[in-house]
Design a protein around this ligand. Structure first.
Ligand SMILES: Nc1ncnc2c1ncn2[C@@H]1O[C@H](COP(=O)(O)OP(=O)(O)OP(=O)(O)O)[C@@H](O)[C@H]1O
Ligand SMILES: [Mg+2]
Length: 259
């Protein structure tokens, strides 16, 4: 059985973060493990609290995982603080982790910054260089390239410019595009588009976490990156099309739509 480690924050409402990751990994018939970086109090209507885990305890969790059930692929989601990012980077180097999916969570869905300046620097300079693939959404891509991204042409330009400083694969997610939900992969100098018309479902809580975990599961199978994204995109599309409708706000996906 392939083993996936998610390093991320807990979402008590079960739709995003660690909880979305475990559900996604289980739906791929794989074994999920978790290193929790923060607890959040949230539901479909918003986040009311964040309680970070200390960097030392993040380190202890990583040691516990890597000295016993060694994961095939690591997925990283919300990391928030510089000291935690430094600890994760040091441990990934220490344990020589090779397959890493980094979802550079910087901006909340409502548009507010989740990362302080020093944490942003650590994410870009310490964690990104270790990642096999990064999966920014459009606001995060804008942060990384330094200009506004609104169109598919601008997504290509942004991917190219981010690729000048970062040498792994880049997936710019199109969930924030106006006309469609096409995603763009830029890998080894070539572009690949994953076209998808926007599904009319307001319940999109946890799409980013779910997609990056599905990519990690596909990578664990040794599938070529282009096809990993295709399969993961099919999984997220199915989870949206299942039209689960829970909670008063932006509700979660149906992670077990394929059972
Ligand atoms: N309404 C939709 N219809 C079809 N696909 C969608 C829709 N919304 C998001 N997606 C897809 O979901 C995946 C996640 O993209 P998105 O841009 O929403 O990430 P994100 O902003 O990081 O998510 P999150 O809000 O969970 O952080 C992408 O593959 C995107 O194309
Ligand atoms: Mg996201």
């Amino acid at each position: 059985m392939k083993k996936i480690l998610s390093i991320a924050g807990s979402d008590c409402s079960g739709g995003a973060g660690i909880q979305a990751d475990i559900k996604t990994i289980t739906a791929h018939k794989m074994y999920g493990m978790t290193v929790i970086t923060a607890l959040t109090a949230q539901n479909t209507t918003g986040v009311t609290g964040v309680l970070p885990v200390s960097k030392d305890f993040v380190g202890m969790q990583l040691d516990s995982v890597f000295t016993d059930i060694v994961p095939d692929v690591v997925k990283i989601g919300m990391v928030s603080q510089k000291e935690i990012i430094d600890m994760i980077a040091d441990k990934l180097i220490q344990y020589q982790v090779k397959k890493i999916v980094l979802d550079p969570v910087m901006i909340s869905t409502s548009g507010s910054r989740l990362l302080q300046e020093d944490a942003m620097d650590a994410l870009i300079n310490k964690l990104m260089p270790l990642a096999t693939i990064i999966t920014p959404n459009i606001p995060e891509a804008e942060c990384l390239c330094g200009y506004t991204v609104k169109t598919k042409e601008q997504m290509q330009q942004a991917a190219k410019d981010i690729g000048k400083r970062y040498h792994g694969s880049i997936l710019i997610k199109g969930g924030h595009l106006e006309e469609c939900s096409d995603d763009l992969l830029y890998s080894e100098g070539t572009f690949h588009w994953y076209e998808q018309e926007t599904i009319k479902n307001p319940n999109t809580h946890g799409t980013g976490c779910t997609l990056s975990s599905a990519i990690a599961c596909n990578m664990a199978e040794g599938i070529a990156i282009k096809n990993c994204i295709r399969n993961a995109k099919n999984y997220i599309t199915g989870a949206l099309m299942a039209n689960l409708d829970l909670g008063a706000g932006r509700g979660p996906l149906n992670h077990s739509w394929n059972f």
